[in-house]
Ligand binder design. Structure first.
Ligand code: GDP
Ligand code: GDP
Length: 465
């Protein structure tokens, strides 16, 4: 998943943030991998304008209404997103006129030093633009007078925003199979362009994200892992100072546990804590090689677990599903089997993720967990030599694939284009896209032959010219 520039929508309640968000994200919401069963929050979305892609976050989705409305509080909760912003949009309501909370937000947002634009919303007719003139007093440039609900001036706003250099670089296309087969190249270029923003991994170090909803045991696991050995705590170059990692050396490897402050973060209300856990999971996934997704054995698999699991899958990271608090679970002989079935059902797309039953509190199987993380980190970096790969492709018994013959294409040649996650390009005789179940079939054969424990496998198709 190439990193896209992030547009952050900020403003007090009821100004129209979520309407604007929906307008910008439109139909393109679930573009990355729209597999069945992935549930979504409405915090993040993807916006595409004239072939340029950006990520949009509605901070109103992070900050629930029951929070008190001090500007500082709004921004504190939105900070996670603001820190990574390529563009902040301060939304105000033209109907209310300028209110002091808008002024306070503007003042605080200016201090972030991020590109800031003012969106005066609910300007439903041109006549109202004149009345909304007082907003220029905020001293923010540019100003866009829009109606999110009636789609007025939104195109002009996007034109202006996306003409900035930082956005122009993120021109990525969807991945339809075309005879030109240039999509992959563009995606790779894209990663190259953004390299400055991607955090380079230190060789020999495995970056680990501990993710999961509130109270599953993330900070307990962190404490158990680090214990007395928590000697080295260093920020990763390129991250902000308040994101502090713990580095531990065990099992003959160096593990960097990403953003210990984020793991320890405790939100004030349940809703806020839950939403922040999603935001943090996304952030941590971005920085990690391997994600440990904790699930509470006692509470079972919840919708929020499934949402976070969906993000883990999309991020292309290796994933371990760790069922925690196993010490509390009333066990019978087939408990693990039954629980495993439940997890698999709720997170079908993560079929490659091993499931471990642990207790972060007692330390049960925590060493196993680390061993597993270590071997998975190796697996996602594996490269299969082209000759071996093609011998394998030729040996596949395609008659076992349950795909209508009419939608089958012949694979002529295969090559691995990248690692982490392992990505293969298969050259075929036809331009028709692989049937979903045929891709499944292929991935299963790849796993049978090469393993790739814990990592997603990406398969791309190109027509041979
Ligand atoms: P948020 O709390 O900032 O996310 O605000 P919402 O997006 O939920 O919008 C608050 C209310 O304003 C809703 O009833 C929307 O239908 C309405 N609204 C949003 N945009 C516009 C607009 O451009 N014009 C008008 N007239 N109403 C709008
Ligand atoms: P976080 O919000 O995900 O960081 O969760 P915490 O680490 O704060 O854990 C929430 C609660 O669950 C705390 O009271 C922990 O002591 C408890 N807890 C965490 N892991 C385990 C475990 O493996 N077994 C038991 N019995 N309790 C646990």
């Amino acid at each position: 998943m190439p990193k896209l520039p992030l547009i952050v929508i900020v403003g007090r309640p009821n100004v129209g943030k979520s309407t604007l968000f929906n307008r910008m994200v439109g139909q393109r919401r679930a573009i990355v991998t729209d597999e069945p069963g992935i549930t979504r929050d409405r915090i993040y979305g993807e916006c595409e304008w004239q072939g340029i892609h950006a990520e949009v976050v509605d901070t109103g989705g992070i900050i629930p209404y029951e929070e008190d409305l001090m500007a500082q509080n709004i921004l504190k909760q939105a900070q996670i997103a603001i820190r990574d912003a390529a563009q902040i949009l301060l939304v105000v309501n033209s109907r209310d006129g300028l209110v002091s909370l808008d002024e306070e937000l503007a003042r605080l947002l200016r201090r972030t030093g991020k590109p800031l634009a003012l969106v005066v919303n609910k300007v439903d007719s041109p006549r109202q633009v004149g009345e909304a003139g007082e907003f220029h007093r905020l001293g923010i440039e540019p100003v866009f007078f829009v109606s999110a609900e009636h789609n007025l001036n939104i195109a002009e706003m996007l034109d202006a925003l996306f003409s900035r250099a930082e956005f122009k670089q993120s021109r990525v296309r969807g991945v339809p199979v075309g005879p030109s087969g240039e999509d992959e190249d563009q995606e790779e270029d894209q990663e190259g362009v953004n390299e400055g923003r991607l955090l380079r991994r230190r060789p020999g170090e495995i970056r680990v994200a501990i993710i999961g909803r509130p109270n599953v045991g993330k900070s307990t696991l962190l404490n158990t892992l680090c214990g007395k050995e928590r000697s080295i705590v260093t920020p990763l170059a390129g991250t902000t100072r308040d994101s502090v990692d713990a580095v531990i050396e065990r099992e003959g490897a160096r593990f960097r546990i990403i953003d210990t402050a984020g793991i320890r973060h405790k939100g004030k209300t349940k809703l806020l804590a839950e939403r922040l856990s999603v935001v943090l999971a996304r952030k941590h996934l971005e920085l990690a090689d391997v994600a440990v997704l904790l699930i509470d054995a006692v509470e079972g698999v919840t919708a929020l677990d499934a949402t976070i699991a969906g993000y883990a899958h999309e991020a292309g990271r290796s994933v371990i599903l760790a069922v925690n608090k196993w010490d509390l679970f009333k066990k019978t002989s087939d408990s693990t089997l039954l629980f495993e079935e439940k997890v698999r059902r709720r997170a079908k797309y993560l079929d490659y993720a091993p499931i471990l039953f642990i207790s972060a509190l007692t330390g049960q199987r925590v060493t196993n967990l680390l061993k597993c993380v270590k071997s998975m980190a190796g697996e996602r970096e594996r490269r299969i030599p082209t000759a071996e790969l093609n011998r394998f492709v030729n040996s596949i018994d395609f008659s076992r694939a349950t795909v209508p013959v009419s939608s089958r294409s012949k694979i002529l040649y295969a090559t691995q284009t990248s690692v982490a996650p392992p990505t293969f390009v298969l050259f075929t005789n036809r331009a028709s896209k692989f049937h979903f179940s045929f891709e499944r079939f292929l991935i299963n054969r790849f796993r049978e032959r090469f393993g790739f424990l814990g990592t997603p496998i990406r398969i791309k198709q190109r027509m041979k010219k």
